[in-house]
Design a protein around this ligand. Structure first.
Ligand code: ATP
Ligand code: MG
Length: 875
């Protein structure tokens, strides 16, 4: 077998099938935005689903690709496996070749065999194939054409009996069909008994499923019915990490070159030696896997949130942080492991490199946030777990409270409790969750219990346009309920919460008592003033009402601003950006609208400019009562957040700009809003975004305080305000450099400039021959890298003594192109230090046991290098 890197395997696979008439197709995004049945791409076929069903045509019939997949939700979910098994990750790459109504089983099987045994050189006797029960066609190809002996073939599965071995489907519905799986035999000595056979091999180390050849024949509907597809197709999926583990002859995906750099980086951070790594392997694997998933997801623009895909990302990050804590790491480190992921994967996925800074910043922010959460919640959880006792149960209520107040994800609670033998009542948790959802949907129903007798009372709102006080108002009803007084007036200037606008506060003053109004709510037709009563108020009294004026004006400004925002947003983003919910308070507003992706900053600035333009125009804001039909005729926007009398509606018009059905209170002219600033934009769940904004004095104060921060930053940096960003960038770059230096294990960083200064020149080549008593092999490699970055044509023969004698020979690529071979020299001199070694023509290294021979090895290495140089110079 050849030694191949995973990157080479990925490339060779695609070339192999390109040479056989396949078109190389770029991978689909991990976020399955266009597929309502999936959160994430979980196999190669997701992007070809419509091609397989015949709904879509492409200009090729054969395709090859390498598709990142994420299996963390739905039918294919390996989240819990990660860390525990050597062969599962959440994120993995699937190499696939495809036929859309072109070739079928014969070619698929022959090419798979050829790729494995010829291209990768895997011995044929290491491969076993399984087939589906009644798929005699596939079986005879393996048996008669490939010549696979019977002991390496097996038949499983019967979909009619509910056994889906060797019957593949992407999800509950969609394309599906019988398959033939290829299993790699790691060696009979690893067998764990008669159960250890291909395909039942998930827990047995001997057999490893590497490749699944799916023969797509059916479209599966929700009730399990299989309808033949318009044409049969081939869909294959080979896990890159698994095939790399076979080719690199290691016993785990996590020991391939896709993972070792990540694990090494973490070990360096922790100061772990290989034995420490082994004893913490579970946590190492979780962190390495999750770092990859995070990097890819954030690289696609996803941010952690509390719903939908963003929540999955949050769970992944949090599980990684939790395992870091288990290993004793308290400070953020995921940005380092994710940086390594980008180094390993950036070649194949350049967008990771492009978005490096964003990815690392987002990872670190989430890690810090969760660090605080953990600190706050861990104690609480520990005492709950203790109270439950071993083999006890933690109630769903408690688990929900941890989630609600401390942001403890339920998986984490389950995992931590499980470590102490405590179970968590998950059903109870789910019940508490959905109860909460109900509560937040019904407006404040949980908070406000209407007194008996309220229902059916009529009261009239006299607060338009912005009346805030009135006297001589008769009291219709007064009662105590739920710890507060509730009063209904015949007429009132108090606005009851509705249409997104908050309820008013203020006071009702009578001759015998006063109600401090904390909230105003509507129950049927009654406007209910809720608050604390001093003295008495009773039906029949006449009172004076005073609304908290500043608060009302704040709400009015923000309400009109919301209408302007709604119009401007649709003008900039398109009509689909329709209001899906809003909240209008005295100090700010929130506005929700459907969108799958973040709103570009430029668009937000444009919306802000337009709203402020309307404010400066000082357009009149006027309500008109009209029939619903009339409102429709003038094209008023209708958003029914509350009930309107259907025949008469109130339309709020901003002269020359917008018209919207609305029962709220507004300013009289847009100029009164003063100014408007968007403060944030983010996801609040699948397909929904939220804008938060401020207006009036709140907007002025925001700008003033931001300018103040900028001023402070500029003083700290000693740079003018407009140069603050460039200065910070420069500082970050320096910091990264310094960290890189610090992370390098094995003694001091060797100085490349000094090495060059102390070197010699032979013709046009710089020659460095040096012995560094403090350096180990890693430090020598670091110096070789630095030399390569710092100079052109060079040869280095360098030796170190730390941790045993080591010697390294390196040369620039041009010299290698002319025939220089560092590996040959190292092979020659390694025996002088009692060791062995090797490498590539441009960099080779050996370590040994005999420090006494180091000087001679260095001299001999230098002599051989100069000889080689001379040969090259003399042509
Ligand atoms: P297993 O039974 O081992 O979980 P599977 O039957 O779920 O595998 P398929 O859905 O057939 O796998 O996917 C095709 C290939 O993708 C597999 O043969 C394997 O090489 C790889 N693969 C599947 N799941 C994972 C995973 N979680 N991590 C790494 N590779 C995977
Ligand atoms: Mg699986």
């Amino acid at each position: 077998m050849q030694q191949l890197s995973a990157a080479e395997i990925r490339e060779r696979f695609q070339r192999f099938f390109e040479a056989r008439g396949h078109t190389r197709v770029p991978p689909a995004p991990l976020l399955a935005r266009d597929d309502p049945t999936l959160l994430f791409t979980n196999s190669g076929m997701v992007q070809f689903k419509r091609v397989l069903t015949g709904e879509e045509r492409r200009d090729y019939k054969r395709a090859v690709d390498a598709q990142p997949c994420l299996r963390v939700a739905g039918k294919h979910n390996d989240f819990e496996e990660v860390g525990r098994t050597p062969r599962h990750q959440t994120l993995f790459e699937m190499l696939g070749n495809w036929s859309f109504g072109d070739y079928f089983k014969r070619e698929a099987i022959h090419w798979a065999w050829e790729f494995l045994t010829v291209e990768l050189g895997i011995p044929g006797e290491r491969i076993a194939a399984t087939t589906y029960l009644d798929d005699e066609e596939a079986r005879s190809i393996w048996r008669d054409e490939i010549g696979l002996p019977p002991e390496r073939m097996a038949t499983y599965g019967n979909i009619a009996l509910g056994d889906d071995h060797n019957f593949w489907s992407m999800g509950e519905t969609g394309p599906s069909g019988p398959c033939s799986e290829l299993h790699y035999d790691r060696g009979a000595e690893l067998s764990e008994g008669p159960e250890c056979i291909p395909d039942h091999s998930e827990t047995c180390p001997r057999w490893l499923e590497i490749w699944n050849l799916v023969f797509m024949q059916f479209d599966r509907s929700a009730d399990g019915t299989l309808t033949p597809l318009p044409f049969p197709s081939v869909d294959t999926g080979m896990g890159l990490e698994r095939i790399a583990s076979a080719v690199q002859t290691v016993d785990s995906n996590y020991r391939t070159d896709l993972f070792t750099p990540i694990i090494d980086r973490l070990a360096a951070h922790l100061g772990h030696d290989p034995q420490d790594v082994e004893s913490e392997r579970f946590s190492y694997q979780v962190v390495a896997d999750h770092s990859r998933a995070m990097t890819f997801l954030i690289g696609e623009g996803l941010s952690p949130s509390n719903e939908g895909p963003g929540y999955v990302l949050r769970r992944i990050t949090r599980r990684a942080v939790r395992h870091l804590r288990l290993m004793g790491i308290r400070e953020p480190v995921l940005a380092e492991t994710c940086a390594t992921v980008i180094e390993v994967m950036g070649g194949a996925y350049p967008y990771l490199v492009e978005r490096r800074d964003e990815i690392l910043a987002a990872v670190e922010a989430e890690e810090r946030k969760f660090g605080r959460t953990l600190e706050a919640g861990s104690e609480r959880l520990a005492s709950l777990v203790e109270a439950a006792g071993a083999n006890g149960t933690l109630s769903g209520e408690d688990a929900y409270r941890l989630h609600d107040t401390f942001g403890f994800p339920i998986d984490l609670t389950v995992e931590i409790a499980g470590e102490r033998g405590v179970e968590v009542d998950r059903a109870g948790f789910e019940a508490a969750m959905s109860e909460q959802r109900e509560r937040s949907r019904g407006t404040r129903a949980g908070k406000f219990a209407p007194a008996a007798g309220l229902e059916g009372l009529p009261s009239e709102f006299i607060g338009y346009p912005n009346e805030t006080s009135a006297d001589g108002l008769p009291v219709l009803f007064a009662a105590e309920a739920g710890g507060s007084a509730q009063v209904v007036l015949e007429r009132t200037p108090f606005y009851a919460e509705g249409g997104g606008q908050i309820g008013d506060r203020g006071e009702l003053v009578g001759e015998r008592g006063r109600l401090v109004v904390e909230d105003t709510q509507r129950v049927g037709d009654a406007i209910v003033h809720i608050g604390q009563l001093e003295g008495t108020l009773a039906a029949g009294d006449t009172i004076t009402a005073r609304v908290d004026e500043d608060r009302r004006w704040g709400a009015a400004r923000n309400h009109t601003a919301t209408h302007l925002l709604h119009r401007a947003l649709r003008d900039v983003l398109g009509e689909q950006a329709k209001q899906a919910g809003s909240w209008v308070g005295p100090d700010g507003l929130r506005f929700d609208f459907p969108a799958d992706t973040a709103t570009p900053r430029e668009a937000l600035r444009e919306v802000e400019r337009r709203v402020n333009g309307q404010i400066r125009r000082n357009a009149a804001v006027t309500p008109t009562e009209m029939s619903l039909a009339e409102a429709q005729a003038i094209g008023a926007d209708m958003f029914f957040g509350e009930k309107y009398a259907p025949e008469r509606v109130r339309v709020m018009r901003v002269d020359g700009y917008s018209a919207e059905l609305c029962g709220g209170t507004h300013v009289a002219a847009t100029g009164q809003i003063g100014s408007f600033r968007i403060t944030s934009e983010g996801s609040i769940g699948t397909g929904l975004r939220r804008i938060e904004a401020v207006s009036g004095t709140a907007a002025d104060e925001l700008v003033a305080s931001r300018l103040e921060s900028l001023h402070t930053a500029s003083q700290l940096l000693g740079a003018p305000e407009d140069q603050v960003p460039t200065r910070i960038e420069a500082l970050q770059a320096r910091l990264r450099e310094a960290e890189k230096g610090g992370a390098r294990a094995g003694g001091p960083r060797l100085d490349a400039a000094a090495a060059l200064a102390g070197g010699q020149v032979a013709g046009e080549t710089k020659v460095i021959v040096e012995r560094y008593p403090d350096a180990d092999g890693a430090a020598l490699r670091g110096l070789a890298d630095d030399l390569r970055a710092a100079t052109g044509r060079f040869v280095a023969v360098i030796a170190g003594e730390r941790g045993g004698p080591s010697i390294l020979v390196a040369a620039s690529r041009d010299l290698v192109g002319e025939g220089f071979d560092a590996a040959a020299i190292v092979r020659e001199v390694a025996p002088l230090i009692g060791g062995g070694g090797g490498g590539r023509a441009e960099l080779a290294q050996a370590g040994g046991k005999d420090p006494g021979g180091l000087d001679q090895a260095l001299r001999e290495g230098a002599r051989l290098a100069l000889e080689a140089l001379q040969r090259i110079e003399n042509g």
